[in-house]
Design a protein around this ligand. Sequence first.
Ligand SMILES: Cc1cc2nc3c(=O)[nH]c(=O)nc-3n(C[C@H](O)[C@H](O)[C@H](O)COP(=O)(O)OP(=O)(O)OC[C@H]3O[C@@H](n4cnc5c(N)ncnc54)[C@H](O)[C@@H]3O)c2cc1C
Length: 471
Amino acid sequence: MTATPQTPDVVVIGGGPGGYVASIRAAQLGLSVVCVEFDRTLGGTCVNVGCIPSKALLGSSEHYEWTQTHAAEHGITFDGVRLDLARMMKRKDDVVARNTRGIEYLFKKHKVTWAKGVGTLRPGNVVEVKAGDGAVSTYRPRHVILATGSVPVTLPFFPFDEERVLSNVGALRIPEVPQHLVVIGGGVIGLELGSVWRRLGAKVTVIEFMPTILPGNDDDIVKEAAKVLTKQGLELHTATKVVGGRRNGARVLIETERSADGAKRMFDADYLLVSIGRQPALTGVDAAELGLALGRRGEIVVDDQMRTNLPGVFAIGDAVGGKLLAHKAEEEGVIAAEVIAGHPARMHYHNMPAVVYTWPEVATAGLTEAEARASGRAVKVGKFPFSANGRARTMGSTDGFVKFVTDARTDEILGCHMIGPNVSDLLAEVVLAMEYRGTADDIGETVHSHPTLSEVVKEAALGALGRAIHI
Ligand SMILES: Cc1cc2nc3c(=O)[nH]c(=O)nc-3n(C[C@H](O)[C@H](O)[C@H](O)COP(=O)(O)OP(=O)(O)OC[C@H]3O[C@@H](n4cnc5c(N)ncnc54)[C@H](O)[C@@H]3O)c2cc1C
């Protein structure tokens, strides 16, 4: 039976960071909002099978490794540290549940209706929602926001079974510590989840097609990350292509070819994580039927106000491509909601931060040194190592550095690249400075508490001016 058409101001399809934030912001602006989500819980990839569970396991595995590698130097000795993997996984699930329930609470608080089911956009901006029991509700909103997210890219010879051949979903719930985990893809997800399982005792081999891990990042950062992660025990094979393979019972065989000389090699693993990127998901959105414009990679084409080519239809988050980051999706959601409410908001991406939560962490924003030089500007670079910082020494975490790339003529900060302890948080002050077109001088002349890791940021900024103090 089809229910009566309903006419909210906005229907958002997708309850991930893009969709749920767009819903809340639209409700704050006085609009009536229905958010359609077919998953059991709100929060999308990020909260359920991405950012949050991966960071929970990264945190737990860091503690586990620390007890074995660093505790003794602090005068703390343990007799027989044991891993209770089931408990670690339960804690991760509890953290996820607290977050998903938090979003449900926010929906109630802001009177956003959660329509549970699969949403389909029909021509004329009609949204049909099919619930689990087959019941269909039809909405005729003034505006639609598509926030349908992304799915992992697969390799032809390795379809995901989430038992032995894993995407992020399976890699976050392996029931035992693998003997040998092979990770295809040396990007953020591969290195983070590879680090989790290495810390818990697995041999981890990372195979990357490009010449370096973390392709696209600043060269100095990539070199340091490769050095530190290798020292920790990750086996990195870059410039290496996966050319074949198969699952064989409880084993997975992965055949590779080295770009330099064509040398072939077979890896034998008990688990394989394929993390070679993600692609836009257009569930319930038949672009051809709707006449919705898509880009080269299947992403929904939008302008800087998140409008698609269809009147009244907006799109945000992973579904529109670019950097696949939760905070990017959230910001795009805010912009779409504000534009719908009549505000002159516009999205820009110049200072979009990005973080890799390995240890040490990697955090970057703006142009790499190579990009800044390629733009034809005269460029200055300032670098300061954590090994020369008092707080990093007290923590026993001295790997890495902060690097500023500035315009030699104006001192404007063009980019900042960090690898080191807690840099995910340290980057925020630089992004704020960049948002206001700040200079190295602005950061260098700002008083930073002592002893803090943030002094490394100040010293690196002073370094770009040729006047770092502690080096
Ligand atoms: C392992 C991993 C770790 C990550 N870590 C980070 C991190 O640390 N920091 C970071 O910034 N980013 C991280 N990301 C990326 C981040 O998760 C995504 O960029 C973010 O979730 C994108 O948000 P979104 O709202 O666009 O899409 P999603 O989060 O994918 O949400 C889309 C939602 O829409 C729903 N949906 C789709 N179609 C329909 C339909 N037709 N009807 C109803 N519902 C529908 C889906 O069920 C889903 O819940 C990580 C990703 C992974 C996989």
